[in-house]
Ligand binder design. Sequence first.
Ligand code: CA
Ligand code: CA
Length: 145
Amino acid sequence: MTKVEEFLTPVEEKEIISAIRIAEKNTSGEIRIHIETSSKTAHYERALEVFQLLKMDNTKDANAVLIYVAVKDKKFVIYGDKGINNVVEKNFWDTTKEVIQNHFKNGNFKQGIVDGILKAGEELQSHFPWQTDDEDELSNEISKG
Ligand code: CA
Ligand code: CA
């Protein structure tokens, strides 16, 4: 199981996209998923690069979150924009990371991503509640590298 296409079935992809939709009903924050096979550069650096490539640094409140997954490397990074980092405590993403890690350890990749998205949405809610004039600023589709 190394290629992105083998990593998630079309049904699983739909589940992930609907998790993003559900999460974004609670928060003005924008959540995106990027999945690729592996990265030659350090995963954190690569996540930052993808964040910029996807123009995620362009939201109104600078509150976009990227969950980056390198399938073959069995690594993931949660990268939040400045607006989030300015108002949250240092280990803000720890619970979300734990949720994902526990599922990944057991080989439940799809569930790890789905639950990670939902958890991230809950965590963001207190700092960035959903607003009536909220817009879906970033696509909910899965980005593939
Ligand atoms: Ca939004
Ligand atoms: Ca969105």
